[in-house]
Structures are given as C-alpha cells and as structure tokens.
Design a protein around this ligand. Sequence first.
Ligand code: TXA
Ligand code: MG
Length: 318
Amino acid sequence: MSIVTIEEAVRLLRDGEVVSLPTETVYGLAGRIDSPAALEKIFAVKKRPFFDPLIVHVGETEAARALASVWPEIYDVLAREFWPGPLTLIAKKTPMVSPRITSGLDTVALRCPAHPLALEVLKRLGIPLAAPSANRFGRTSPTLASHVENEFAGEVPVLDGGPCTVGVESTVLRAEHDGTKWQVRVLRPGGVARAQLRKVLDDEGVPYELTRESSSASPGHLPAHYQPISPLILLSKQKWSHEVQRQVEQHLGRPLHGANEIRLATTAQESARVLYTQLRETSSDANHALWIERNDARAGEEWEAIWDRVERAASLVL
Ligand code: TXA
Ligand code: MG
C-alpha cells in the first residue's frame, strides 16, 4: 500500500526517502534538500535528466530567505501577497543549496506551497524539501493521489491530500533591478496570473516591467512536456474531421482507431483545475487521439498557463 499517514511521511523524509506530497498545484515528489541520496532518488524515480533544476519548498518566507544570497526587496511584496501559494521565485542561491538541485546554476527556485498537509510536513520536518511534480519526465502532472500511485505502480509512498485545487503548476518568475525599475520575467506561466501580479505591484507602488521570457530561459521547460499516453492534437478554430484525422495519421505514421474531444471548462480557473485529470482519464492508448479546440471564447492572459500546457502536451497543432 503506497498511501502513508503524515507521521510516516515525515519519518520517511527525515530518513532521506522520497515521498509524494499534495500541494495546491500538483502532487510533488519530495526529498530533503540536505540529503544527496534523496535528491538522487528524485531524479532516478522520475527518470528526469540532471539539467532540469528542482523547486525548493519551504514552510515560511524566512526559510526561503535563508537559502538566497540576495533577496530582492520586491520578493517581500510578492511573498506577502502570494505565499503560501502557486508562485515560485528565482533567487541567487547560498552554498546551502546543492548544485544537484539547481543543475549547477547559481540560482534557486523557491516556493511556499498552500496545501495544509504540505505545510504541516514542512513544519514538522523543519527542513526545506526539493520537489518536482510527481510524474515521469515529460508526462502529465498528477492532481490526485491515485494519479501518483498509477504513475509509479505503487512504488512511491503518497500522502493523500485530495484533489489539487489549482491544478496547474506554479508561476515561475525572476526579478532583477535595472537601476530604475524591477524587471519581472515570467519564466513559466502558472497558478498566479499576470493580472494578479500587476495588481499587487501597482497597489504597492512598485516600479516594474512585467514580461514573459521564452521557455528556454527556464531550464528543463522543454517544448514537449506534460504528454498523455494518447496523442493530443490542438485544433485552431476547427473540429475533428476525416481530413484532420488523415493529417494526424500522416504525421504520426500510423492509423488511428478514433479520437475524443477534451472540452475545456468555461472559466480559466476551472479549466486549470480539471485539465490534467481530463488528459489522464480520457487518454487510453497511442492509437486513440485526443483533441482540444482553441477558440476565441477561451483566449487572453488568464488562459496563458492553460494554453502553455496544452501546446506542450500536444503532438501536433493544426
Ligand atoms: O507547482 C509547482 O511548481 C510544482 C509543485 C510540486 O510545487 N512543482 C513543479 O516542479 O512544477 P517541476 O520540477 O515539474 O518544475 C520546476 C520548473 C522547472 O521546469 C524549471 O524550469 C524551473 O522550475 N526552475 C527550477 N529552478 C530554476 C532556476 N534556478 N532557474 C530557472 N528556472 C528554474
Ligand atoms: Mg513537472
């Protein structure tokens, strides 16, 4: 049985094991940051390449500051507003952060998750936890404990915290002062939308410029990612047809025996919450396609994280 109690989760983590923990975004695969064995196991279990750095999870802002050699003032504003929550801040690291976590970069990704069980584990353990999403590399992130159990065939202990309420990963950003204002760069769109960031920075009177950085700026944020077993096809303003199927079969180099539509929910928030469950549960085999229609009803900045994930999960965009 791979479901564990909170006491067992804390004991296993203390002993340098990896445990899957619930967060408000997706389930993570956690290990203590000061255990080389635990860090190695995270990469081994996920089959994750070492060039893809991990996010360090902390129970409070003070613990994040302690891991940063430089803590930009603007992070106090952002942490006060969005932590605990789906925002990851990139800062220059101290030597306390192993290069295994950062893939040799001199920066570290820091986040205080909002799930009560994750916070309780961090508090009881008293040590920050490195945790990527609890899926095999390149696959869809898990938003239920059962997703993690299926992904790793029961081989990883899981603390069941119910369904994730946000449903897509945290927003990753980096801020640097250019002498006159803060350059805030979103490296990965996620649970905190750009409008929410703007509102807080405007309200606080912080001078800033907010931009979206190309994905290559976030190491490991590869074009192909989040992929379900069934090939996902993103259709722009068209529905599945014989002609579409012909093009997809040609692209894949194999015949398909059918296709199912994934209908996004009407609000961005609800779409994010259910997207990964839809991808997992509608996905059946490699010869059955999934398709999503992109249309004007679901456009604009608040949909940014959803379309980012759909584009990366897609085998083909038509
Ligand atoms: O919501 C989340 O962020 C989830 C939960 C478990 O907290 N975690 C998550 O981790 O999505 P992961 O490993 O799947 O994605 C972490 C991303 C990486 O793709 C990487 O691009 C970025 O964070 N990252 C980590 N360290 C970085 C750094 N020093 N500089 C730039 N990007 C970094
Ligand atoms: Mg991931």
